[in-house]
Design a protein around this ligand. Sequence first.
Ligand SMILES: [Zn+2]
Length: 121
Amino acid sequence: MHELSLCRSIAGIATRAAGGRRVERVQLDVGHLRQVVPETLVYCWGVVCEQTPQLAGSRLDVTSIPAVLDCRRCGAETTLTGLPIIVCSACGTNDVAVRSGEEFLVRSMDVATTEGYDRDG
Ligand SMILES: [Zn+2]
């Protein structure tokens, strides 16, 4: 499953970034053009967490980023809601620039502070 392998790479990023601390929450931005189903991603995250003690009980928050196209011919702005067909909705050309929708990044994460001190960074 596509989403499962994505979750495995997110888990790798998160555990490395946490540096041995327990991960409580990961916030992920996913663009519409990635064709990832957020619900499936969250389900797969649960599967990965069961196999990764450092991630046990953590939550994955997925933010869907809409796909926005800028038309180079007529200047119209198109927001894709259905199938990711990269054409201008105003004039139908595929001569468009993708402004957003290709994101796939860990925006932030929360880690447990079991050491009992509070320090920035
Ligand atoms: Zn156009």
